[in-house]
Design a protein around this ligand. Sequence first.
Ligand SMILES: [Fe+2]
Ligand SMILES: [Fe+2]
Length: 303
Amino acid sequence: MSRALQVAKVADREKTAARLLKSSADKFYDPDIDIDWDAPIPADKHFHPEHRISLYGTEIWDRLTPEQRLELGKHEIASIASTGIFFEVLLMQMLLKQVYKHDPTTDHVHYLLAEIADECRHSTMFGKACRRFSVPAYGPRRWVKNLAKILPLLGRGPSAYAAILVAEEVLDRMQRENMADPELQPLIRMVNRIHVLEEARHVTFARQEVAKGMARAGWLAKHYHRALTAFVSYFVALSLINPKVYKAVGLDPRVAWKAAKANPHFQETMRFWGERIMKFLTEADLVGGPGMLLWRRSMLLAT
Ligand SMILES: [Fe+2]
Ligand SMILES: [Fe+2]
């Protein structure tokens, strides 16, 4: 890269960082202050829209009572929120590595630190919500958690940001729908609203990093980033629902999870949640090659 091009690239990055920092200062929530954690929990409000629950429309669903359906929704949203914490922690590790490498006097590094601070508050907020509703923070399956320890070591450049974008944008699609749903618990709607507002700048930042990284990647690097993005995204999708949630309504986790994966309604929900990020990743040339098998299994891709 020529010296002039490098200077232009740094200037460009600084401009975006300055704009996002301004947004961080303007749109900022403190869940300790902005959420009333002691507010009563209405008994008749849902925790997750029924049509987005993994077993909705199956024979098992037909046998569940209205109370069991509500309870299952509560546990599924706890699984999704705690998986969100897990991916936020992975992202924070990767962002901290970038802070370590770059000049701390730049807006770019200040923005990275602001994003880490956002994610710290989000993870606290999701953890507090699980505690308020007395549901376990399921997180991903144990073996996925162990396998993911290698991600901060492998993840660099566009695929690191792409993998995190998949988690952020899938959650974002779900939360935009939920925050507008009057049938849902007010606390859930508020948590979703705060997360959607603050995540918008993370998405802008990560999308820019992915597009820039892919534009200068060579043939081999492109194939590496495609494969790693497909691999991590498969685990993002797989981890949203921890099969242990089904125990809360007396179901066998293996039988229920098998039914959920084969459920056309749930497949459509996953496709809906993945629709926006898959369009972006396809345009960024990150979807293709041997990773297609994993993309199809993730249910995020329209078939
Ligand atoms: Fe977040
Ligand atoms: Fe984020």
